[in-house]
Design a protein around this ligand. Structure first.
Ligand code: BDR
Ligand code: CA
Length: 339
């Protein structure tokens, strides 16, 4: 069977915890042609997110190979809200010397517009943070939505519980105006919701986490460390495992065969509600509204887990070693690399 062509994509990310695992997917999956990483305000402080993105590229042995563009440092209208109570710094205290790790001079919004326009209808985007950059690109360039092949959006819940409030999932809550604008902009959109999909089908339970730890590879140790703070938080709210909405979104973009069921919906996002800011109204076709998105309803959870696990067994190229640490010690030794 011929090897399928790699899929050109950009990951638009608020890099912390599962965003790091999603970046590993984009950086290391042979099906991915990762054209750029674009940064958006979300999970943790913006500059910390940028450090986390460079650190993840380094762990994957691909530092300097994929451009990192800085994007919007706050939501369109509202002040930034953090999820540091959930993710800590997003990388379990790992640090690296960032000398020489310059982000691109081009703003993320301009990079998104340019990359989509260079190959109209070919570039897909995994948008795994608030949708501020994507909405801004759509406002700036009327052709942007048409030029993007498919926009995979991690956000909202499918008429189910939120995570930052009863009604809202974090990415849509942080920038509801951007999310609303994106669903009205004419993109070909695939939505990967928080609930019920992620909570039912993309949580790695303790036996799976034990299996990952037992791989004892640099990348499995990275996974365990990056996910530790979020795992503690998840347990405190009754979720028995690590949550993987962002890596699932990226994996589905690259491997649609993981999707078992999806349906067309009309999706809109609440911006004005007293208790429902960021709520995603997903109308399933009986309310007379024109569908504007495909919502993933069911995946193959075991196959998704296997994809991630296989990735973590890879022997990546060694990272750049200098100044790469954890708690003042050497990260390279801790992760199992020798300089
Ligand atoms: C989303 O919010 C973030 O905390 C995660 O990275 C994910 O993108 C889940 O609500
Ligand atoms: Ca995210």
């Amino acid at each position: 069977m011929p090897t399928p062509e790699p899929i050109p994509l950009v990951i638009d990310t608020d890099t912390a915890q599962d965003d790091c695992i999603a970046l590993l997917v984009g950086l290391l999956d042979p099906r991915a042609e990762l054209r750029a990483v674009t940064m958006v305000a979300g999970n943790v402080g913006f500059d910390q997110q940028v450090r986390n993105a460079f650190l993840t590229c380094n762990v994957a042995g691909r530092l300097g190979e994929v451009p990192v563009h800085l994007g919007c440092r706050r939501p369109l209208v509202r002040p930034w809200e953090s999820a540091e109570n959930v993710h800590g710094d997003g990388v379990g205290g790992m640090t690296m010397d960032l000398t020489g790790c310059a982000p691109e001079r081009e703003h993320a919004v301009d990079a998104l517009i340019r990359l989509a326009a260079e190959r109209p209808g070919e570039l897909s985007i995994a948008a795994i943070g608030p949708l501020t950059n994507i909405a801004t690109a759509a406002i700036k360039d009327p052709d942007f939505a048409r030029n993007v092949a498919t926009l995979y959006v991690m956000g909202g819940s499918n008429n189910a519980r939120g995570n930052i409030t009863a009604a809202a999932e974090f990415n849509f809550y942080v920038d509801p105006e951007a999310a609303k604008a994106v669903f009205a902009a004419g993109f070909e959109i695939v939505v990967v919701p928080w609930a019920p999909l992620t909570l039912d089908q993309a949580v790695f339970a303790q036996p799976q986490l034990d299996e990952i730890a037992a791989l004892d590879t640099p990348l499995s140790r990275f996974f365990t460390r990056v996910c530790a703070a979020t795992l503690d938080f998840d347990r405190s709210v009754g979720i028995e495992g690590t949550t993987h909405p962002d890596s699932l979104t990226t994996a589905l973009l690259l491997h649609p065969e993981l999707i078992r069921r999806s349906a067309r919906y009309h999706v809109d996002v609440e911006t004005a509600g007293e208790l429902t800011r960021g709520y995603a109204a997903m109308s399933w076709g009986v309310h007379g509204l024109e569908p504007n998105a495909t919502v993933i309803e069911q995946i193959n959870p075991q196959a998704f887990y296997n994809q991630i696990k296989t990735l973590l067994t890879l022997p990546p190229k060694p990272p750049r070693l200098g100044g790469f640490g954890v708690g003042g010690g050497s990260c390279t030794a801790w992760l199992g690399w020798r300089g």
